[in-house]
Design a protein around this ligand. Structure first.
Ligand code: NAD
Ligand code: UDP
Length: 318
């Protein structure tokens, strides 16, 4: 039986990945300190004999929290605050887990000869000057700005993964995750989907930042998990980076109107200042993943949104 270590497995994407690995017969060790994740996301797994939850901070050396005897075949390193609100509230924790944490986990991968998947982000492209974004684009990050604790530490992590690959032959792959949504998102993390859906369901004002003409491209979480597994299972992916996301691009204003309609809401749209360094356009070019991994997103926004709304509805106060 294969064993996977999933850092950040108590979070939104991580908990879906853990579910899928367990369904595939893998033994899963989930490490999470629940800084931004939630115990409810993995509560249903407590009685599964192939699931182990370790509550720990993966910015620390792995000896501090992992039993030294066991073998690990795959490491999925997802631990990190992910929403702008989350990483701006925890900037030191964010750069620590993406730099020190990544270094320690790469060291573990080296010693165990485990395969390693690094969860990177479209934020490495910053406010992109090329559109759509291709893996070969080096990006336009404001290195001193309020998003840099996240963007720059993810870029550091990518660099560290490639150093371990070149110097020690560690079998790494880097996934640049574009905006992902679905059930188990934190309703309070301030991201556009939780904010708009919760506001619409409560018939409260929908808070559009700026003029709403900035764009995002939204990937349903099951497609993201499939992309991660395709990368982990492909030898072609070794030492490479792939964009994984859904290229369907929407303005934020479109999202507000679509969500309002889907929730049958009477909410008004209100406009406020655009946050500093908010990227103006984002859309992945996923040609490389299509060609080399035979992966492509399958779930349209029309299909994924109702499932997401249904989840947020369960969180409303009676
Ligand atoms: P999330 O906040 O729901 O999950 C991250 C998990 O990591 C949380 O459970 C959190 O408690 C845990 N964590 C944070 N710091 C930790 C530490 N030091 N030690 C142990 N656990 C720690 O976020 P998510 O949306 O599921 O994102 C997962 C990964 O995907 C992150 O690395 C994020 O940067 C990346 N990503 C996500 C998106 C997206 O749209 N969701 C986009 C780009 C990249
Ligand atoms: N946004 C918005 N209103 C909100 C939350 C977000 O207009 O209540 C906008 C935000 O300014 C950005 C986009 O939605 O342009 C996506 O923001 P999110 O925080 O989800 O993630 P980002 O892609 O910026 O990391």
């Amino acid at each position: 039986m294969k064993t996977a270590l999933v850092t950040g497995g108590g979070g939104f994407i991580g908990s879906h990945l853990v579910d899928r690995l367990l369904d595939d017969g893998v033994q899963v060790i989930c490490v999470d300190n629940f800084l931004t994740g939630r115990k409810e996301n993995v509560a249903h797994l407590q009685s599964n004999p192939r699931f182990t939850l370790i509550e720990a901070d993966v910015s620390q050396p792995t000896e501090a929290y992992l039993p030294q005897s066991g073998n690990i075949d795959m490491i999925f390193h997802l631990a990190s605050p992910a929403s702008p609100r989350g990483y701006q509230e925890y900037p030191i924790e964010t750069y620590s887990v993406n730099s020190f944490g990544t270094h320690h986990l790469l060291t573990l991968a080296k010693s165990l000869k485990a395969k390693f998947l690094l969860a990177s982000t479209s934020e490495v492209y910053g406010d992109p000057l090329e559109h759509p974004q291709v893996e070969t684009y080096w990006g336009n990050v404001h290195t001193l700005g309020i998003r840099a604790c996240y963007d720059e530490s993810k870029r550091f992590g990518e660099m560290a993964a490639m150093v371990f690959h070149r110097e020690f032959g560690v079998d790494v792959r880097i996934i640049r995750i574009f905006n992902t949504y679905g059930p188990r998102m934190d309703p309070k993390d301030g991201r556009v989907i939780p904010n708009f859906v919760m506001q619409a369901l409560r018939n409260k004002p929908i808070t559009v930042y700026g003029n709403g003409k900035q764009t995002r491209s939204l990937c349903y979480v099951s497609d993201m998990v499939e992309g991660m597994l395709s990368m982990m299972n492909s030898q072609k992916a070794c030492g490479k980076v792939y964009n994984i996301g859904n290229p369907d691009e929407y303005t934020v204003l479109d999202l507000a109107n679509i969500i309002k309609k889907a929730c049958k809401s009477s909410s008004q749209l209100i406009f406020s200042d655009l946050p500093e360094d908010d990227p103006s356009r984002r859309k992945p070019d996923v040609s490389l993943a299509r060609k080399e991994l035979h992966w492509q997103p399958k779930v349209t926004f029309e299909e994924g949104l109702p499932q997401t709304i249904a989840y947020f509805r369960t969180l409303l106060n009676p």
